[in-house]
Design a protein around this ligand. Structure first.
Ligand code: CO
Length: 160
């Protein structure tokens, strides 16, 4: 396993639409391992492959001690809404309020190529939406209703 270099701010990799994974090769498994290591090193709760400069539809999330490794993830159902503060590992030192669904159902492949369906509510629903947006070149700042000012910076949010 190895740490991957994070892409920040105006890096063009963050603005590209990532391509689906056609075959789960060893290099995809190495990518997953490296992304998990990089996410943990940065103390984030989620990381999408474009954030390490790889334009493939691959996401890792670690939330409440559960690790999700998602290949070609898609939101297949969503409902409700919530407005909470979000941050992003690619935009350090910032956070902003984003409206997201309260509930999402995600379909993806795991590292073995098996189809999995996961449901998330509250924070987990937000993390799914935030990471899947990265695969389409969308940053949370595109959707933010407002950005937090410095006084609120210590608010409860996590980097994704
Ligand atoms: Co992010």
């Amino acid at each position: 396993m190895a740490l991957r270099k994070l892409r920040y701010e105006s890096d063009e990799a963050l603005r590209k639409v990532a391509k689906p994974v056609k075959e789960i090769t060893e290099s995809i498994q190495v990518l997953l391992d490296d992304m998990v290591e990089t996410m943990r090193h940065k103390e984030g709760v989620g990381l999408a492959a474009p954030q390490v400069g790889v334009l493939r539809r691959v996401v890792v999330i670690e939330y409440k001690d559960t690790l999700y490794e998602l290949i070609n993830p898609e939101i297949i159902e969503s409902s409700g809404s919530q407005k909470k503060s979000e941050g992003c590992l690619s935009l350090p030192g910032k956070s902003g309020i984003v409206e997201r669904p309260e509930y999402v159902k995600v379909k993806a492949l795991n590292r073995l190529g098996e189809e999995i369906v996961i449901e998330g509510t509250e924070s987990l629903a937000r993390i799914f939406c935030h990471e899947l947006d990265h695969l389409d070149g969308i940053l949370y700042t595109d959707k933010a209703i407002s950005m937090d000012d410095d006084e609120n910076y210590e608010d409860d949010y996590e980097d994704e």
